[in-house]
Every structure is written in structure tokens, then in C-alpha cells.
Design a protein around this ligand. Structure first.
Ligand SMILES: C[S@@+](CC[C@H](N)C(=O)[O-])C[C@H]1O[C@@H](n2cnc3c(N)ncnc32)[C@H](O)[C@@H]1O
Length: 248
């Protein structure tokens, strides 16, 4: 049986709403009444907790997509569809060590840390570092280390080698020339950028760097909408970013 202890973060899934909450002596106000969070201590995952008005929420163990939807954000986190491309095309596995920058809200780092042995993630903004650390701690990950530093100046000083390097930051092209020194043979570099211009700069830097199997992809996700009028793909056009994957 999984025990819910103080400080743990759980997902409360109701019929219409869901919340990510920390176990404490506090109360939590929902649209359907008040929850006593202390009651969660006597519960396990799959159990039900009720508001003072009798509305039910199922207690679930949160996973990476729950943190994407509910954790505190400092900017635009990478979308699960794009993270999926990185995980699938690099074949990330439990023996791998990962270097990630920038951390942002820590969403990509949470997905990476849920699979890899160790993730070291760099963030240049001190306030973002604090929030990312809280998000990562809430996800229960002890293998993700957030470092407060500028990755562009830090890169030449790194001595360890990694299996995967992920770059989701404006100046990724400036980091690429240093990647070869800190990537293991056969390791992957994966970059993400929202604009053609940044992507082109990254491709130019990669082409100078002796990588192979280079590809740039855009992942288009189309949700189906089921309405009374009919069923069709969502009419929202959703560009997020371009992912470049390269292997050493
Ligand atoms: C788009 S966000 C990353 C989002 C993140 N991948 C996620 O899924 O939550 C880009 C982050 O890179 C950080 N950043 C930009 N340049 C950096 C640098 N040279 N070194 C470290 N962090 C940097 C920014 O402060 C910002 O938080």
C-alpha cells in the first residue's frame, strides 16, 4: 500500500475539476466546498476524500503531465507532445544522465527525471530556480539537480559527460559548439526553439560540429472535438516549436 505522508503532493480528481495539493493541516477551498487536507494522511491512492458539501475527489499519485497542467509556471514550459518527440527519438533510458538548459518551470526536467538516472538542469534566473526546485521536489524527484548558472559560460567548464543534452533556451546555438566535449559517443543533443531563425542558427552550429543523424521536426497535435453538432479536429492552429535532434 502506498502511504501518503506529510509534504507529499497528490492529485485530487473530481468530476469537473482536479487539483494538485500538498498534505498539511490546512483546508483547501474548491468550487464545491472545503477539503480538510489533514484527512489525506489516513488515505491511500485510489481512496476518496469529500468536501464539507459532500463532493467527491479521488486521490491519485501525480505524474509528469499533472505537473505540466497544475504546477507553478515561470514561462512557457515545453508541451508534452514535444517532450514525447525528444524521449522517443533519443530513446532515453534509466541508465542515462542528462544535461538540460534552461530549466524554466522544470517541466521537461520532471519528465526527463522520471526516466533517467540523473538530470542536471541549468537556469540563469534565480527566481525561476526557486520555483523549479519546488516543482521538482513536489514531483518527488531526488535525481534532478537544478543549478543556478548561465549555461553558455558554464559549458566550457563542465568535465562530466552526458548521454543526452537538451536545450530549450534562446541562445542554444551558442551552446552547441561546446556539446561535443560533454556528450558521450552515441549520445544525443535535442534542441527546441519556437522560431525558424533560432532553429536555423542551431542547424548551422550543429552542421559545423561533426554530428550525424540530424533532423529537425515539428510535431503537430490535433485533438478531436466531440460536440452535439458533430465530430471534427479542433480548429485551433497550434504551433509550439521546432525540435532538432542530432547524434554524436
Ligand atoms: C522556455 S524556458 C524553458 C522551459 C522548460 N524547458 C520547461 O519545460 O519548463 C527557457 C528558460 O531558459 C532560461 N535561460 C535562458 N538563457 C539561459 C542561459 N544562458 N543559461 C541558463 N538558463 C537560461 C530562461 O530563464 C528560461 O527560464
Amino acid at each position: 500500500m502506498l502511504v501518503i505522508t506529510d509534504g507529499s503532493v497528490v492529485l485530487l480528481e473530481g468530476k469537473k475539476r482536479e487539483y494538485l495539493v500538498e498534505i498539511s493541516d490546512e483546508t483547501f477551498h474548491t468550487d464545491h466546498g472545503i477539503l480538510d487536507l489533514g484527512e489525506l494522511r489516513e488515505k491511500t491512492f485510489g481512496d476518496i476524500i469529500r468536501t464539507h458539501l459532500g463532493y467527491e475527489y479521488t486521490i491519485l499519485k501525480p505524474r509528469a503531465p499533472d505537473f505540466f497542467r497544475h504546477c507553478k509556471r515561470t514561462g512557457a514550459p515545453m508541451m508534452p507532445k514535444d517532450i514525447g518527440i525528444i524521449l522517443a527519438y533519443t530513446g532515453l533510458c534509466p541508465e542515462d544522465t542528462v544535461l538540460d538548459a534552461g530549466t524554466g518551470s522544470g517541466i521537461l526536467a520532471i519528465y526527463l527525471g522520471s526516466i533517467a538516472k540523473k538530470v542536471v538542469t541549468y537556469e540563469g534566473n534565480g527566481e525561476f530556480v526557486k520555483i523549479a526546485r519546488k516543482n521538482i521536489e513536489a514531483a518527488g524527484l531526488r535525481n534532478v539537480e537544478v543549478r543556478h548558472a548561465d549555461i553558455v559560460s558554464e559549458m566550457p567548464r563542465l568535465r562530466k559527460k552526458f548521454d543526452l543534452i537538451t536545450l530549450d533556451m534562446k541562445d542554444a546555438a551558442m551552446v552547441v559548439p561546446h556539446v561535443k566535449k560533454v556528450l558521450k559517443p552515441g549520445g544525443f543533443l535535442a534542441t527546441y526553439s519556437p522560431f525558424f531563425e533560432q532553429t536555423e542558427d542551431i542547424r548551422v552550429a550543429i552542421d559545423r560540429g561533426g554530428f550525424h543523424s540530424v533532423q529537425t521536426l515539428e510535431c503537430v497535435e490535433r485533438k478531436l472535438e466531440f460536440t452535439k453538432r458533430g465530430t471534427r479536429p479542433s480548429t485551433r492552429v497550434a504551433h509550439t516549436g521546432f525540435i532538432t535532434i542530432a547524434r554524436l
